[in-house]
Design a protein around this ligand. Sequence first.
Ligand SMILES: O=c1ccn([C@H]2C[C@H](O)[C@@H](COP(=O)(O)OP(=O)(O)OP(=O)(O)O)O2)c(=O)[nH]1
Ligand SMILES: [Mg+2]
Length: 147
Amino acid sequence: MPKIQVKIINQSSNPLPEYSTAGSAGMDLRANLEAPIVLQSLERSLIPTGLFIELPDGYEAQVRPRSGLAIKQGLTCLNSPGTIDADYRGEVKVILINLSHEPQTIQHGDRIAQMVVHSVGQVAWVPVTEIGVTERNAGGFGHTGKS
Ligand SMILES: O=c1ccn([C@H]2C[C@H](O)[C@@H](COP(=O)(O)OP(=O)(O)OP(=O)(O)O)O2)c(=O)[nH]1
Ligand SMILES: [Mg+2]
């Protein structure tokens, strides 16, 4: 398991994110707030987590919504999945939006999203005049299964 350097503000009240089961893909991210935030219907906000991480080269972290928050409160990540670049040294933040019709309150310590760490590759372009043909070729957007 790769080791990641992490700095967390307010660690006494907000524990480090953790995998909640042995097979979890994501670690829940908690809101790091001095006061609760109320999101009105369709309002969005950049929520701090108090986390500063140093990802190894070749890794990214994705900030994804939690399904429970989405179905129960209509709260989701607007830019899902959010991308944390390996060279980012700022605070990990979550762009939450309230898609419900009611105001939703975020409290300090609430688990507002989850973070999945992935290995990721970069590519170099090789400009060509033709690209290879496949069985699918340009078919997409519901193309399969049609006669
Ligand atoms: O949900 C997110 C998405 C991004 N970030 C941070 C880490 C990421 O490395 C940086 C830039 O994110 P992104 O590339 O998505 O934003 P951008 O609009 O392209 O900004 P930039 O020009 O700074 O790359 O912002 C977060 O903390 N949370
Ligand atoms: Mg960017």
